[in-house]
Design a protein around this ligand. Structure first.
Ligand SMILES: Nc1nc2c(c(=O)[nH]1)N[C@H]1C(S)=C(S)[C@@H](COP(=O)(O)O)O[C@H]1N2
Ligand SMILES: [Mo]
Length: 324
């Protein structure tokens, strides 16, 4: 069964950032072919991709949890360093090329996720047990960084709303806090004071329950590369990229607004809400336009990154200039 929900904010297949920007190590591609069939190499079917960011389909080249297990640990793979590598992952260093350059020691398997705080069903689960009850979906989303670059990525992920509901947040829960793994031996910049580690981000509970929000374990039909946040990261496409915490190990339901890493470090530049808003300039540059990686001309930045139809209702009555 293939469910397609057509949305005005659809990303056209032609907009997807070329896979060349995400280079995979040869052995990894070979392993993917062996376990997922040759159709998985392209990651997504362009025709289906064109139809919707909500492709919910067991017949898509989305790996099941079982196949994911068979792909083997990411640390067994060699990712080539190229001029196309371009990531923000401060744990590995401040430069765009640092994550790929320093990813070598990072081990995204085995992996455990703790779910705690104000919920009826807290627990500490192995990643496979965490993922098991959920269906993988491909979500083709724009990602807009505060630095004004943007990309379009076909994420492979699970619904964050489904995850939240599964652990049964209490009525007092108002926020969901996401904590990145703390491993200074594997993430060299955690030995510096660039940010307060571990990297923490958070969403309001209603935002986490929005159908757009996902926890991604893959992209382009492949297991998430280390530099992109393996083995699992948050994706909330209407917010600036920094809200999407990578390599998460803890999900906590809280009543009070969590202290988040970038907001703590430079509150004037990184608001807690961080909704993409072309009308709110960064103190040091305009947010009105962006450069899609691989493109020459800048394009206008859209309110809520173009996802207003799905998310604007959550901010009715808020001053989005003041509460950036
Ligand atoms: N743990 C962690 N998650 C993180 C970051 C980080 O430094 N550490 N950077 C964020 C920022 S600023 C952006 S723009 C996106 C970039 O994701 P990408 O490298 O996969 O494009 O990851 C976000 N998630
Ligand atoms: Mo960013």
């Amino acid at each position: 069964m293939l469910i397609r929900i057509k949305k005005a904010s659809d990303v056209a297949a032609s907009e997807i950032t070329p896979q060349a920007i995400y280079l995979y190590r040869r052995r990894f591609i070979a392993a993917s072919l062996a376990t997922m069939g040759s159709s998985a190499l392209g990651g997504i079917d362009a025709a289906r991709a064109a139809s919707s960011p909500f492709i919910v389909s067991p017949d898509l080249t989305v790996q099941s949890v079982d196949t994911y297990e068979k792909l083997g640990p990411q640390d067994e793979v060699t990712i080539p360093f190229t001029v196309w590598s371009y990531n923000n992952f401060a744990e590995f260093g401040p430069e765009k090329t640092d994550p790929l350059a320093n990813i070598g020691n990072f081990k995204p398997r085995p992996w455990t996720i703790a779910v705690d705080g104000l919920c009826a069903k807290p627990g500490t689960l192995d990643l496979d047990a965490f993922l098991k009850p959920h269906a993988f979906e491909t979500r083709i989303y724009r990602l807009r960084c505060t630095e004004t670059w943007s990309i379009v990525v076909p994420w492979v992920g699970i619904s964050l709303a489904d995850v939240v509901k599964r652990f049964e947040p209490l009525g007092s829960a108002k926020f969901v806090r996401f904590e990145t793994v703390m491993r200074p031996e594997e993430m060299p910049a955690q030995k510096t004071s660039a940010l307060k580690w571990p990297y923490v981000e958070a969403l309001r509970l209603d935002e986490a329950l929005n159908p757009l929000a996902v926890l991604a374990a893959g992209m382009y039909g492949q297991v998430l590369p280390g530099q992109n946040g393996a083995p699992i990261r948050v994706v909330a496409p209407w917010k600036y990229g920094f809200k999407g915490a990578k390599s998460i190990v803890r999900i906590t339901f809280t009543e009070d607004r969590p202290v988040t890493s970038w907001n703590l470090r430079i509150p004037k530049e990184y608001g807690f809400m961080a909704n993409v808003n072309p009308a709110v300039d960064h103190p040091r540059w305009s947010q009105a336009t962006e450069r899609r990686l691989g493109e020459f001309r800048r394009r206008p930045t859209l309110m809520f990154n173009g996802y207003g139809e799905e998310v604007a209702h959550m901010y009715a009555g808020m001053d989005l200039i003041k509460d950036f």
